[in-house]
Design a protein around this ligand. Structure first.
Ligand code: UTP
Length: 798
């Protein structure tokens, strides 16, 4: 049974202290409490509690005393159900009785003597039941590893030295590399027996120069030559049947069972698995994972304690591994940065999906993010992949599966970078770069070395849908799957290597970058502590913890640009708006927010006209996008204006919007060159003074249920009419507030150099009854949901 005391209320919902998990709301709490984990732990705890209450602690025993001796002795106080002894030291025992009354009898006995020994008998100590996590990635385990590392790191003289130390500490040793090499050789010898002319090639961290102790061994079994061999053998056999000689290929070869050109990857991998199981010593736990993007056979090597993956369709991975090797050879600062950032990401639980799949970054994606940052340093540390391609000679040209994978084979072919920044600065630069990066509005291209606007890919996705009907698989493969973080593979341009991330993991990545960036600005990062305190990398590596929100953040409702929840019609409009998509989307959101406050929550709204002097960055963006809208997509811009004016939301046009067509002398290059700065203070974002006379934010769920009066209870924020009725109901039934609440709402558009979002800052201007924070917390959840509903509806009506 769960006890209520296991559940505590936190700022972010609830926490179950028994299972050590956070739950955002009541439904998820209910679900958790009914779930298996919680029930099992509750049962274990209850059993332990009963054991504690029925047992005594006995000390003063000697190793020669047996469990039976103890049991026999204590039986005189009542039936004994169990005796637990510390066998190693033989100094204590726990005696468990069947009934609690026996405990009293044993404890009230003045002296306990057995075989000439005087035993001490005490009540059992009551220990708090705690879940001991098994997970390697658990913060407590990560903290333990860091605790070992800490003294060594702290005594070094600089952050640069600390970074080099991380490499020394984690990199694959020479013997480890040799052992892996020998295993690859052994596998090669075995596989060639079954698949003549096949080749087994290592890729990934074992060979890309970024490997750490215990990293996986990724292998590619190249069967291209075997296919040629097989078709040749077939012809020969046919000729032999016609009386010509055999080339020695025996009839009972494994190849006679399978045609490699027509067999499915799963069939071939099954065969690979069988060979591994039967013919490679020390290999166990062999199984095929066919659900992965690229199916693999997984195995474990007992002696080397090594996890291995074999794939048969991964030529591109071998090539991109070669590319990472080249980058490492070209620039000595890359390896130390990669090791340090990979370790940071592991500590913060941002990268490395333990079971191979999951919503976190994989190490390859993280390495590409580092390379992209280095391409964007001033001056660049790395050239773009396109520039490298130009430096390759004819013999180095390489095309795999239609993708151009050309780059020079030797680092010497590439001139050294002019960037002289040290590791400490570059590391801080990485965090700073991604703390402000517009993930929502961009697609990262290492090929071009720049962030491409996401709208370039919207139309492609649309086209796909049309073309899908005719050529389902091929066209799908050619488009990247867009998500919260879009990072194109440098060669396979249709592959988003971060396509597995969800909103949450993307947000965590950026939030941790922001935290790290702040820390890197402090003296604690840059200067060794004379007092022996943690400094430099040590604090950066502290396992993931709750990031404290600042006061201003708490009073800001952020509505992120989420491609997945944007309705089709609006997507098309955004695509037409080109570079100006942010402004168009922002206007729609502002209009919807106004609709929620005014129409749904019955606020009295007055547009406020004050200029915002402090929003130069956003103003710049607005100016830029306005200009771009005007110059490049005049039609769509006009339709934006009219759409907003006559929106189905029943609201007035967005606040006191700046007349976008006037004052549009800012120019933007179609190539996306840096826009000219807007004149500070000239742009305006909608802002309103809101007055609320009723407590329309409280008890809505109950009213909603009553109004619907059926079991199909609709989730909050999913229906505009229903929510308006809820407000009307509350307004009619509940008394007015003694003093109306008055608050200011200021909108702001963020994007371009940061994640695209609309921000609404709330500030009380008159709150005599002290309800502003309740209203704010309500709006924090209600507003984004309602805006989504209204946007969908508006587009539907357009
Ligand atoms: P990993 O992400 O496992 O990287 O991808 P890693 O460097 O080997 O790190 P760990 O230590 O094993 O976690 C392994 C290889 O798979 C290819 C790349 O060649 C990468 O080096 N890969 C991975 C891709 O080609 N595309 C992907 O999206 C992911």
């Amino acid at each position: 049974m769960s006890s209520d005391s296991d559940i505590i209320t936190t700022m972010k919902g609830f926490q179950c202290t028994l299972c050590n998990v956070n739950l955002p709301n009541m439904p998820s709490l209910d679900q958790h409490v009914k779930g298996r984990k919680h029930k099992t732990l509750s049962t274990v705890r209850n059993t332990r509690k009963t054991q504690e209450e029925h047992s005594v602690f006995v000390s003063g025993i000697k190793p020669e005393i047996s469990q039976t001796d103890i049991s026999e002795y204590f039986e005189r106080f009542g039936p004994v159900s169990d005796v637990i002894m510390d066998k190693d030291k033989g100094v204590y025992a726990i005696v468990q009785f069947s009934g609690s009354e026996s405990i009293q009898a044993a404890l009230s006995c003045v002296e306990h003597r057995m075989k000439g020994l005087q035993l001490r008998v005490k009540p059992r100590e009551k220990k708090e039941f705690k879940l001991i996590p098994k997970n390697k990635n658990d913060p407590q385990n990560l903290q333990r590893v860091l605790d070992h590392l800490k003294p060594e790191l702290c005594q070094l003289v600089s952050v640069n030295a600390q970074i080099h130390y991380i490499v020394e500490r984690f990199q694959l040793g020479e013997n480890e590399k040799k052992a892996r090499g020998l295993l690859v050789q052994l596998l090669q010898e075995v596989f060639v027996e079954f698949f003549p002319d096949s080749q087994i090639l290592a890729f990934g961290s074992s060979v890309n120069t970024f490997g750490i102790h215990s990293c996986d061994l990724d292998l590619f079994l190249d069967l291209e030559n075997t296919k040629v061999f097989q078709s040749r053998a077939k012809t020969t056999t046919e000729q032999a049947k016609e009386g010509m000689s055999d080339d020695g290929q025996s009839e009972d070869s494994i190849l006679s069972d399978i045609d490699l050109t027509t067999a499915s990857p799963a069939e071939i991998l099954d065969l690979v698995a069988t060979i591994l199981k039967r013919c490679v010593p020390s290999v166990h736990k062999v199984h095929v994972v066919s659900s992965a993007r690229l199916p693999v056979v997984k195995f474990h090597h007992r002696e080397l304690n090594l996890q291995g993956d074999i794939s048969i369709n991964n030529r591109l991975a071998v090539r991109n591994t070669r590319f990472l090797q080249l980058c490492s050879g070209m620039e000595g600062r890359l390896r130390p940065l990669v090791y340090t950032i990979r370790y940071w990401a592991k500590q913060k639980q941002l990268a490395g999906n333990p079971s191979g799949s999951g919503p976190l970054l994989n190490n390859y994606a993280l390495t590409l993010l580092i390379l992209f940052f280095l391409q964007n340093c001033e001056p660049p540390v790395f050239l773009t992949v396109d520039q490298l391609k130009e430096m390759a000679c004819e013999e180095e040209e390489c095309v795999i599966e239609g993708w151009n994978c050309t780059f020079p084979s030797q680092p010497i072919a590439v001139p050294p970078s002019k960037n002289m920044q040290d590791l400490c600065t570059l590391l801080a630069g990485f965090f700073s770069f991604y703390s402000k990066f517009d993930f929502a509005g961009s697609v990262i291209s290492l090929r071009e070395g720049r962030a491409l606007p996401i709208t370039d890919f919207l139309s492609q996705n649309k086209d796909d849908e049309v073309m899908d009907e005719n050529q389902p698989t091929k066209t799908n493969q050619q488009r990247p799957k867009l998500g919260p973080l879009n990072l194109l593979d440098p060669f396979e341009l249709s592959h988003n290597v971060a396509g597995n991330l969800n909103e949450r993991s993307q947000r965590s990545f950026q939030r941790e970058c922001q935290e790290a960036e702040k820390y890197c600005r402090s003296l604690q990062y840059q200067r060794k502590s004379n007092k022996g305190k943690s400094w430099g990398l040590v604090r950066l590596f502290t396992p993931q913890g709750q990031v404290l929100q600042t006061k201003t953040e708490q009073l800001t409702v952020s509505i992120p640009f989420k491609l997945a929840s944007i309705p089709e019609g609006l997507r098309n409009q955004l695509h037409k708006a080109g570079d100006g998509f942010r402004l168009l989307w922002f206007q729609k959101v502002c209009s919807a927010v106004e609709g929620v406050l005014k129409t749904i929550l019955n606020c009295h709204l007055t547009p406020s006209t004050a200029f915002k002097e402090d929003s130069a960055v956003a103003a710049e963006e607005l100016e830029t996008t306005a200009a771009s809208l005007e110059s490049s997509t005049n039609d769509s811009f006009e339709s934006v204006e009219s759409n907003t004016e006559s929106s189905s939301l029943g609201t007035v046009a967005v606040g006191h919007k700046r007349q976008l067509s006037s004052d549009s002398d800012a120019s933007v290059s179609p190539q996306g060159k840096k826009p000219r700065l807007a004149r500070k203070g000239k742009s305006e974002f909608p802002q309103w003074i809101c007055v609320l006379k009723h407590i329309v934010w409280a008890g809505r769920r109950k009213v909603r249920r009553e109004l619907i009066k059926d079991t199909d209870s609709r989730p909050e924020g999913s229906c505009m009419e229903l929510e308006s009725q809820v407000t009307a109901y509350i307004t009619e039934k509940e008394p007015e507030l003694k003093d109306p609440l008055e608050f200011k709402v200021q909108s702001q558009m963020v994007g371009g150099t940061e994640s695209t979002r609309a921000e609404f800052r709330f500030e009380p201007t008159s709150d005599k009854v002290g309800v502003f924070h309740d209203v704010f917390h309500f709006l924090e959840a209600f507003l984004p949901k309602m805006v989504e509903t209204l946007l969908r509806r508006e587009v539907g009506n357009a």
